[in-house]
Design a binder for this molecule. Structure first.
Ligand code: SAM
Length: 326
């Protein structure tokens, strides 16, 4: 079992399958971003070997992310291989949805169980402005294909940035009246690369709640305000879906954290918002045994930081979000 020094049992691994992305969201990466050569990224057999090791340490929940996981060559076969590893209980993906309309069905057949879509705006022109490319129609097609393929419940993650999409908070929340989705509002987080923008554009969850309630009526809390994963979940009267808030900045959920991350270049990232990492890929490529890699994971998890140090002014600068895997 993998336990940290604070007694948290860590059993959820988010794997960045690639740092490459087919969008360039303005708060996520600079426009002229350069991606890593494929040889520096974990290869399929390396990912499978590492997942096996994590499973043997009690990890049972896996999320594939990026970068954009759907741009990885052979994604369907990789999902199938991970799904077939005994002990992988939950397998999900986070995607921008652009390529999902043709991948939903094969991915579901390969063993993918659920999918989170990232969508920050409902306006086509703004979508292109925020993502610097891409078409919102493709994302809608992707969401519909995921529903048809039974990848349920659909979650839609919306990062709110002041001056760009904050005037759409109510429209995004309104989606839950018609659709059985969970629309989740995410506070903008500061990372390297686009830091100044991120700092100046944060909209707190408190402000989002006030705006939604002002327009659509009160939000009834589900789970008595307890966290569902990382989200606090609410419902509008008569809605088919639910609304979640992921308040990483204003109400961090470090006490209930069960997760670690594997970056696309094979580093065990101990906390999204801290720079602490353990290089697993270099020793793996230099011939480390399973036992040695296992010990590196156990030791790394043991020293997982309690949480972010943003209040002390420590912003993680060593990587941008797309490399870590959001
Ligand atoms: N490409 C996939 C996608 O779009 O869902 C997966 C990777 S993307 C980095 C994962 C999530 O991180 C997206 O929902 C994105 O909006 C979010 N994200 C990126 N930069 C962020 C930031 N600075 N603060 C908060 N969320 C961010």
């Amino acid at each position: 079992m993998a336990i940290d020094i604070f007694g948290r049992r860590i059993h959820y691994l988010r794997i960045s399958l690639t740092d490459h992305c087919n969008l360039r969201c303005i708060y996520c990466m600079p426009e002229d971003v350069s991606f890593r050569p494929t040889a520096e990224l974990m290869q399929d057999d390396e990912i499978i070997r590492l997942v096996n090791l994590f499973v043997r340490l009690g990890f049972d929940k896996f999320r594939l992310t990026g970068g954009e996981p759907t741009v990885r060559a052979g994604i369907v076969e990789l999902v199938r291989a991970i799904h077939q590893i005994p002990g992988v209980r939950a397998l999900s993906m986070t995607t921008n949805g652009v390529l999902f309309s043709r991948l939903a069905e094969p991915l579901a057949r390969a063993g993918l169980q659920r999918v989170n879509f990232s969508l920050d705006t409902l306006e086509p022109t703004r979508f292109r402005q925020l993502t610097r490319r891409g078409s919102i129609g493709d994302v809608w097609d992707g969401i519909q294909a995921a529903e048809a393929a039974g990848l349920l419940p659909i979650k839609v993650n919306t990062v709110v940035a002041r001056g760009y999409s904050d005037d759409e908070i109510v429209d995004m929340a309104r989606l839950t009246l018609e659709h059985p989705w969970q629309v989740r509002f995410i506070e903008l987080m500061p990372f390297a690369g686009a830091t100044e923008f991120q700092r100046s554009q944060v909209v707190s969850a408190e402000e989002m709640v006030a705006r939604i309630e002002g327009a659509l009526g009160s939000l009834e809390s589900i789970n008595g305000g307890q966290l569902d994963g990382e989200a606090r979940v609410f419902r509008l009267a008569g809605s088919k879906g639910t609304i979640g808030f992921i308040n990483t900045i204003t109400q961090p959920f470090c006490a209930t954290c069960t997760r670690a991350r594997l970056t696309a270049d094979g580093r065990l990232r101990l906390c999204l918002l801290c720079e602490d990492e353990v290089d697993l890929l270099t020793p793996l490529r230099s011939g480390a045994t399973d036992g040695e890699l296992r010990q590196m994971i156990v030791d790394g998890i043991w020293r997982k930081p309690w949480g972010n140090r943003l209040r002390e002014g420590q912003i993680p600068l060593n990587r941008i979000m797309s490399e870590i895997g959001g």
